[in-house]
Design a protein around this ligand. Structure first.
Ligand code: Z5A
Length: 219
């Protein structure tokens, strides 16, 4: 469903180390230079309460978090994010660039942690009052490649709690992301995240150019 707001809601999804942050930075720069109002944000997080939830679920040392609690915390962070930040920005005509959204919960909690994709979709539809992105860019990367990227970026240090999960878990996540994209191809741009940074950026730009009205127009 495309929500009837004035702005454009664009989400980047993919496994850890897929290149989402890199592409979001380039997109933000390009859109700002084109005269667009841009709001860049991330999940979990994006609001004060969301950032506190992020610390609770992602940092080491918080103790074990069971899967249902985790799913509800991500959904709670998302509810605040949509109502306090994303919808107001869309209503004001901004392009919202978001690092992860509902598909991450469907992949990690629904498929990865075995809670069920349909069940997790239901709590998220309620939390967001049905707000779907206009476009989701899925950066698809072999889990081995992303593990190597993260290790080299982090100087070989262990990742956070979720990043310590094994390869089978990451393969399940990858399949869940791809299933989501296959179910609604018109709303997704699936790219090979192992292509160069520059060619990925060009591909996303081309797709966004087709969705955006000229800067400054009221359409
Ligand atoms: N999570 C969840 O379980 N449920 C939910 O609903 C949500 C999240 C919303 C959030 O982590 C964690 O929360 C995540 C899912 C879970 N699990 N973990 N752990 P995060 O948002 O903090 O981190 P991340 O999403 O995993 O992002 P990341 O590790 O920072 O990766 P990235 O942003 O996708 O990649 P990057 O930082 O742009 O690039 C990684 C490295 O690769 C870096 O050195 C780049 O220079 C390099 N790179 C980037 N692009 C390329 C290309 N094209 N070629 C070669 N090298 C590249």
């Amino acid at each position: 469903m495309i929500d009837e707001t004035k702005g454009l809601f664009v989400v980047l999804e993919g496994g850890e180390g897929a290149g989402k942050t890199t592409q979001l930075g380039l997109l933000e720069q390009w859109l700002a230079q084109s005269g667009r109002r841009v709001v860049r944000t991330r999940e979990p997080g994006g609001t004060e309460v969301g950032e506190r939830i992020r610390a609770l679920v992602l940092d080491h040392g918080q103790g074990e978090v069971d899967p249902r609690t985790e799913a509800l915390l991500f959904a709670a962070s998302r509810a605040a994010h949509v109502s306090q930040k994303i919808r107001p920005a869309l209503d004001a005509g901004a392009v919202v660039l978001c690092d992860r959204y509902i598909d991450s919960s469907l992949a990690y909690q629904g498929a990865g942690r075995g809670l069920g994709v349909a069940e997790v979709a239901q709590i998220n539809a309620w939390a967001t009052e049905g707000l779907e992105p206009n476009l989701t860019v899925l950066l698809d990367v072999d889990p081995l490649v992303s593990a190597r990227r993260r290790a080299s970026r982090d100087g070989g240090a262990a990742g956070d709690r979720i990043e310590s999960a094994d390869l089978a878990f990451h393969t399940t996540l990858r399949e869940a992301f791809l299933d989501r994209a296959a179910a609604a191809p018109g709303r997704y741009l699936v790219l090979n995240g192992e292509d160069s940074v520059e060619s990925l950026h060009r591909a996303v730009r081309t797709r966004l150019e087709s969705l955006l009205s000229p800067a400054g127009s009221s359409a």
